[in-house]
Unconditional design. Structure first.
Length: 246
């Protein structure tokens, strides 16, 4: 039935209590992006950056997946073909919902990274400038998240998936952050049918074949229901070519 690639952004987790950059009164309004989400900010004040991500890590640990996360898990389980989730989110809610093989292009709050030897390990709830790497012993630990100005993870694998996608869906993204904002163009050039599922049309909504707007907890399950119903109808038609598909 075809390969599906799904890109998810902050909008899919908003109803789980995970704030976005654009929330009027969210966590991000209390900090400057340059101070807490750039390599330069970490170099200037690593303590501030650790404090910020410790708060986010606690919130992510407490958050629960919503109906949109669970619907994508269902799609992975029931679609008669590969379904790959590529996420810009670092909250781990896709895995909590039961999805597997998720590509975290911006890293994960649950991970720690050593700037000295590149060792990665599960992050403790409270990270600090004195936390030593369990591999090399250096106190050069940072959150294993991709900051502005850094190259996202898994880019070569994602490019291959986009080139072979039959369907590309973008869920809860603003269309303002590259390279993810260019994924729809790459998928369309490769022949994929593209759909945006968002609270409001994004800045790049015109690049999609279809746009469906509303709360993620509503539009994503509805889309998954439609996809699985169509797949079931197609399989019935293949099994009995003379039987009409309803």
């Amino acid at each position: 039935m075809g390969n599906i690639v799904i890109l998810t952004g902050a909008g899919i987790s908003a109803e789980s209590g995970m704030g976005t950059f654009r929330d009027a009164d969210g966590l991000w309004t209390q900090y400057s992006i340059e101070d807490v989400a750039t390599p330069g900010g970490f170099a200037r004040n690593p303590g501030l950056v650790h404090d910020f991500y410790n708060i986010r890590r606690i919130r992510a640990a407490e958050a629960q997946p919503n109906a949109a996360h669970r619907a994508l898990t269902r799609l992975q389980a029931e679609w008669p073909g590969p379904v790959t989730i590529v996420t810009q989110n670092v909250d781990g809610l896709h895995e909590k919902a039961g999805s597997d093989g998720v590509l975290h292009m911006h890293g994960e709050l649950a991970g720690a990274l050593c700037q000295g030897c590149d060792h990665r390990w599960p992050a403790p709830p409270d990270m600090s400038v004195t936390l030593a790497c369990p591999s090399c012993g250096a106190a050069r630990t940072r959150p294993d998240v991709v900051w502005f100005g850094e190259i996202p993870y898994h880019m070569a694998e994602i490019a291959g998936l986009l080139d072979s996608a039959d369907i590309f869906a973008s869920v809860g993204t603003s269309g303002q952050v590259y390279p993810a904002a260019a994924f729809v163009q790459q998928a369309r050039e490769a022949g994929a049918h593209t759909i945006e599922l968002n609270l409001d049309p994004s800045d790049i909504a015109h690049d999609f074949d279809e746009v469906s707007t509303g709360l993620a907890s509503q539009v994503v399950p509805a889309w998954v229901d439609d996809m699985l119903a169509g797949a079931a109808g197609g399989q019935a038609a293949q099994a009995d070519p003379e039987r009409p598909v309803t």
